[in-house]
Design a protein around this ligand. Structure first.
Ligand SMILES: *[C@@H]1O[C@H](CO)[C@@H](O)[C@H](O)[C@H]1NC(C)=O
Ligand SMILES: *[C@@H]1O[C@H](CO)[C@@H](O)[C@H](O)[C@H]1NC(C)=O
Ligand SMILES: *[C@@H]1O[C@H](CO)[C@@H](O)[C@H](O)[C@H]1NC(C)=O
Ligand SMILES: *[C@@H]1O[C@H](CO)[C@@H](O)[C@H](O)[C@H]1NC(C)=O
Ligand SMILES: *[C@@H]1O[C@H](CO)[C@@H](O)[C@H](O)[C@H]1NC(C)=O
Ligand SMILES: *[C@@H]1O[C@H](CO)[C@@H](O)[C@H](O)[C@H]1NC(C)=O
Ligand SMILES: *[C@@H]1O[C@H](CO)[C@@H](O)[C@H](O)[C@H]1NC(C)=O
Ligand SMILES: *[C@@H]1O[C@H](CO)[C@@H](O)[C@H](O)[C@H]1NC(C)=O
Ligand SMILES: *[C@@H]1O[C@H](CO)[C@@H](O)[C@H](O)[C@H]1NC(C)=O
Ligand SMILES: *[C@@H]1O[C@H](CO)[C@@H](O)[C@H](O)[C@H]1NC(C)=O
Ligand SMILES: *[C@@H]1O[C@H](CO)[C@@H](O)[C@H](O)[C@H]1NC(C)=O
Ligand SMILES: *[C@@H]1O[C@H](CO)[C@@H](O)[C@H](O)[C@H]1NC(C)=O
Ligand SMILES: [Cu+2]
Length: 563
């Protein structure tokens, strides 16, 4: 063996060690109140480390990230790592009163974020009341050192965080909405990376600019962090190539526009192949329900080619109409898993659990003294299988782990308690009042689950971006109208369905997902529209331990917050 061989072998050993050794990455998150000005109006917002949007967490596939969350604000907070499965370790997941008690003012909680097979863009956000409006940021998971993307390495990566901004304090917006029982006040602006852009008054100077070199390829790491609406996004004169969603790769999808749900992430390549100039990137809300109030404005950033040239005023890209249900569903149902040798898929083919969950908007009688501003003078509510979730004031995970009775029930129904034409145009008002409860669905370890979400037209049909904690799931089918158990499964995609954690169930339509229940713990499932969460569109799965130590939940950390 000559010296070159020794060097080469040595290098291979080092590379191998680098690949197999997952790193430990540390961050401090100081939650605090910070004064921000937008639209010529300043207010204190909740931030992490004074930043809005918050800091990006960067790690490699398989790393473990420790985030010390220190609450220096004057309100309770919890933080969720959206899309991270946290194998066997629900303790760090974050949803308030589901897996933990809030981190109270002055308190701290060291959260361990165990990454496994996630790769791509995910994000983190507050998971208590409506704080996530300003407490959110990206979680970027690069390929393991020594491996690469399943596409040519982009020249640079560009965060595109879509959000919304209220001039009023977000806590006040939430409290006012809860008190009145109607729709929340619409936001005053939509934002890209925290900035509304130059189509709003008093926002021109701060417009986000993205600088590119002609001929190079960029990767947009996108998330919809907005509170209550799905969004359309496009860049004038530029095609986008979607290559990933929710921390998993997809087959390249060329498109002129993107539909992105609150909670969803998308990785898209942008080839800067147009004449050197300025081009708008723009986003606006998709809103399928004609009766709900929403912010119909357009946020913009400017794609700016480097070099010397005389720029013409940027033009807006065409975006689908605000109520184009087909455009929304068409994009969403066009996503396909990469399903390659390096990134294989594993769709459950035999099922041990078949669940059908209806998603409904409901009404409750008005009880407060002020007039309720929901339909017919009532209050809005929402439900899954006609149950409005009544959150406890203590952690369900803690109650489950310690075998405490009386915190939750285990009777969440597998099917709607009452069958009707879910998507009929005119449904009886007698269907509108839901039941309430704190019911969980128990799954056995390794159960293979098919869950069909059925949107209903009770009160009014609307899309629901459903998010499951602790898992990714394959989206095997979707359609408009009522799910037909005989006909629709024949058209399932079991070959390359996308692997997601948040999926928009179309307005008055259905979506079928499959997953293997191989992550024991207590896992929240909810609509990612904040107003629907506040109305009760959520439930909890408890996945029991399996046989063997690798199929059992890990013990809690010592510093779990107390109620
Ligand atoms: C935020 O800062 C501005 C300008 O410095 C000030 O006028 C305003 O009173 C501050 N707002 C709050 C809520 O502290
Ligand atoms: C901008 O300000 C003008 C003049 O005050 C007003 O008429 C217009 O509605 C404002 N536009 C927006 C988007 O707020
Ligand atoms: C939203 O704005 C578009 C124009 O940008 C307009 O055509 C549409 O009617 C508006 N929709 C609502 C509900 O205001
Ligand atoms: C939407 O798609 C359906 C078929 O899925 C079609 O019948 C309908 O005409 C389309 N609507 C619009 C507005 O394009
Ligand atoms: C989306 O729309 C395009 C053009 O109308 C059509 O060719 C395609 O089949 C549609 N895709 C899906 C998944 O509906
Ligand atoms: C509601 O009205 C009743 C009777 O007028 C009054 O006694 C009560 O204090 C009011 N409650 C609230 C919350 O305003
Ligand atoms: C259910 O309602 C839809 C929409 O009104 C209608 O087209 C369909 O025929 C109904 N289905 C049944 C089985 O009644
Ligand atoms: C549907 O609407 C008609 C006319 O408004 C009404 O007579 C009928 O009772 C409604 N059907 C149901 C199931 O509510
Ligand atoms: C929900 O349950 C309530 C109470 O049993 C009932 O009145 C209502 O009709 C049910 N609604 C649906 C959509 O099942
Ligand atoms: C749920 O029902 C219980 C018992 O009827 C009631 O005390 C409670 O206020 C209800 N909760 C909600 C959120 O409606
Ligand atoms: C769960 O299922 C997987 C895939 O079939 C299998 O390899 C594993 O042994 C099972 N684990 C347990 C604890 O049943
Ligand atoms: C903050 O959390 C504590 C512990 O769970 C709880 O007792 C308190 O009511 C919460 N405060 C608010 C304002 O929700
Ligand atoms: Cu919803």
């Amino acid at each position: 063996m000559n010296i070159h061989h020794v060097l080469v072998v040595g290098l291979l050993v080092i590379l191998h060690l680098m690949q197999s050794q997952a790193a430990l990455v540390r961050y401090n998150f100081v939650v605090q109140e910070t004064n921000y000005t937008r639209l010529c109006s300043s207010k204190n917002i909740l931030t992490v480390n004074g930043q809005y949007p918050g800091p990006t967490i960067s790690a490699h596939r398989g790393d473990t990230v420790i985030v010390d969350v220190i609450n220096q604000a004057s309100q309770n907070i919890t933080i969720h790592w959206h899309g991270v499965k946290l194998p066997r370790y629900p303790w760090s997941d974050g949803p308030e009163f589901i897996t933990q008690c809030p981190i109270q003012p002055g308190a701290r909680f060291s959260q361990k974020i165990i990454l496994s097979d996630e790769e791509g863009t995910l994000w983190w956000h507050a998971h208590s009341d409506w704080s996530r409006a300003t407490v959110h940021g990206l979680l970027v998971i690069s390929p393991k050192i020594g491996t690469t993307y399943p596409f040519p390495k982009p020249h640079a990566e560009v965060p595109v965080i879509l959000g919304d901004w209220w001039k009023n304090d977000i806590q006040a917006v939430m409290e006012d909405f809860m008190r009145r029982g109607g729709d929340p006040a619409p936001s005053d602006a939509l934002t890209i990376n925290g900035q509304p852009g130059d189509r709003y008054n008093c926002s021109r100077q701060e417009t986000t600019k993205v600088h590119v070199d002609k001929g190079k390829t960029y990767m947009l790491r996108m998330v919809n962090a907005a509170m209550n609406n799905i969004m359309f996004f496009a860049i004038a004169n530029h095609e986008l190539i979607v290559v990933g969603t929710d921390g998993a790769y997809t087959k390249p999808l060329k498109t002129n526009y993107i539909t992105i749900s609150p909670g969803q992430t998308i990785d898209a390549l942008l080839v800067a192949n147009q004449p050197r100039n300025h081009y708008y990137m723009a986003a606006k809300f998709y809103n399928s329900n004609p009766r709900s109030l929403f912010d119909n404005s357009t946020t913009t950033a400017i794609l700016t080619y480097n070099g010397k040239y005389t720029a013409s005023p940027p033009i807006l890209p065409p975006l689908p109409a605000f109520n184009d249900r087909n455009a929304s569903a068409n994009f969403t149902s066009s996503l396909r898993s990469l399903a390659s040798n390096e990134h294989p898929i594993d769709v459950p083919m035999t099922l041990t659990r078949k669940l059908l969950y209806t998603l409904s908007i409901n009404t409750l009688p008005c009880t407060s003294n002020t007039t309720c501003s929901g339909p017919r003078g009532n209050r809005f509510a929402a439900s899954i299988n006609n149950i409005t979730f009544d959150a406890p004031r203590t952690s369900i995970l803690d109650a489950y782990y310690r075998g405490m009775n009386g915190v939750y029930g285990d009777n969440f129904p597998d099917n709607p308690p009452f069958m009707f034409n879910y998507t009929a145009a005119n449904l009886s008002t007698s269907l509108q009042t839901p039941m309430n409860g704190t019911e969980v669905k128990i799954l056995k370890y390794n159960d293979t689950v098919e869950l069909v979400f059925q949107g209903t037209n009770v009160v009014s049909g609307v899309d629901h971006p459903m998010h499951l904690h602790g898992y990714s799931f394959y989206v095997v089918g979707s359609g408009f109208g009522n799910f037909d158990r005989k006909r629709d499964p024949l058209n399932y995609n079991l070959v390359d369905p996308p692997l997601q954690q948040t999926i928009a169930v179309p307005q008055n339509g259905w979506t079928a997902i499959r997953f293997r229940a191989n992550n024991p713990g207590v896992w929240f499932m909810h609509c990612h529209f904040e107003r629907h969460v506040s109305w009760g569109m959520e439930m909890v799965f408890i996945v029991r331990n399996g046989k063997g130590v690798d199929a059992r939940m890990l013990p809690p950390p010592k510093d779990m917050p107390k109620c």
